[in-house]
Design a protein around this ligand. Structure first.
Ligand SMILES: C[S@@+](CC[C@H](N)C(=O)[O-])C[C@H]1O[C@@H](n2cnc3c(N)ncnc32)[C@H](O)[C@@H]1O
Length: 270
């Protein structure tokens, strides 16, 4: 199985360094190993990927192991739902720089993994992390995923935007959708260090037409002991885009931070 053509949704086949569909649409595979399947589109909130600084900050922060409990829990859940299922296809939708994708790959060596993200910078890092012939990466939009109908046994969305209609289109009849989202008080200590007034995150919404199989949560206190880790944590979040320079400057001399982190992990099926 391979990606589908984003123009006509027919299967893409590889010929040397190019992916080709039967209708003659072709996409070059970059030297670094990813393919760009993003169609020209109007800029909107749905097409706003992470920039280089955000991607590099996330990579450095995640490499520090601060969210390892979440990665481990995700991998345990995936093992439960795909025990020894050799032909399973899993999509990491909005895979970022591939930290969790790599975890999935290490857990389930037998699966075929697809990772997509709208940020080219993120995908370049994901390819580097997950060098394995069963992992395939594309720059693509989660709202128009270049994969065939019913082709995914598992779809994972970790802190990333998604379209529930796309999830339903992509899922095989026995497939699972795993959504990871922040708890209401996730990063409350970081927000308190930056903003005069903190606010809680909105709780996740049950996706329409899906059946909840299980929901778990993990919460713990994260303690950071140097400024670059604190800056990386802040820079990898969407707050980095909507915070004034004045508020950002509050982090400049901060060398200690204690904050709650919390994650909901929900497993759905059709
Ligand atoms: C908060 S990051 C999470 C990345 C990764 N899942 C992780 O947890 O490390 C959100 C990711 O979604 C990507 N993204 C945003 N809009 C997207 C879209 N329309 N399609 C695909 N990816 C998108 C961003 O580029 C970013 O990498």
């Amino acid at each position: 199985m391979n990606f589908s053509c984003p123009k006509c949704l027919t299967n893409l086949n590889q010929s040397q360094n190019t992916l080709l569909c039967v209708n003659g649409h072709s996409y070059d595979i970059a030297k670094s190993g990813y393919v760009n399947l993003l169609m020209a589109q109007k800029r909107s909130s749905h097409t706003f990927g992470d920039d280089k600084a955000m991607v590099e900050a996330r990579k450095a922060f995640l490499d520090g192991g601060h969210y390892e409990p979440l990665k481990n829990m995700l991998c345990e859940i995936v093992k439960t739902y795909f025990p020894m299922q050799k032909s399973a296809v899993i999509l990491d939708c909005g895979c970022g720089e591939g930290y969790y994708t790599q975890g999935l790959l290490d857990t389930q060596r037998a699966v075929t993994l697809f990772g997509i993200d709208i940020s080219k910078n993120a995908v370049i890092h994901a390819v580097k992390r997950c060098r394995d012939e069963s992992a395939h990466f594309a720059v693509a939009n989660a709202f128009k995923v270049p994969l065939a109908d019913g082709s995914c046994d598992g779809i994972v969305s970790i802190f990333a935007p998604y379209s529930i209609d796309e999830v339903k289109r992509l899922m095989s009849p026995s497939g699972f959708f795993i959504e990871i989202s922040p708890t209401e008080d996730h990063l409350i200590g970081l927000k308190a260090a930056v903003y005069d007034e903190t606010y809680l995150n909105t709780p996740p919404i049950h996706p329409e037409g899906m059946t909840l199989i299980e929901r778990k949560s993990i919460c713990y206190t994260l303690k950071l002991h140097n400024n670059s880790e604190i800056q990386n944590l802040f820079t990898m979040t969407p707050y980095t885009r909507k915070t004034s320079q004045q508020d950002k400057a509050k982090l400049d001399k901060l060398n200690e931070l204690s904050t709650l982190v919390g994650f909901y992990i929900a497993v759905y099926r059709l």
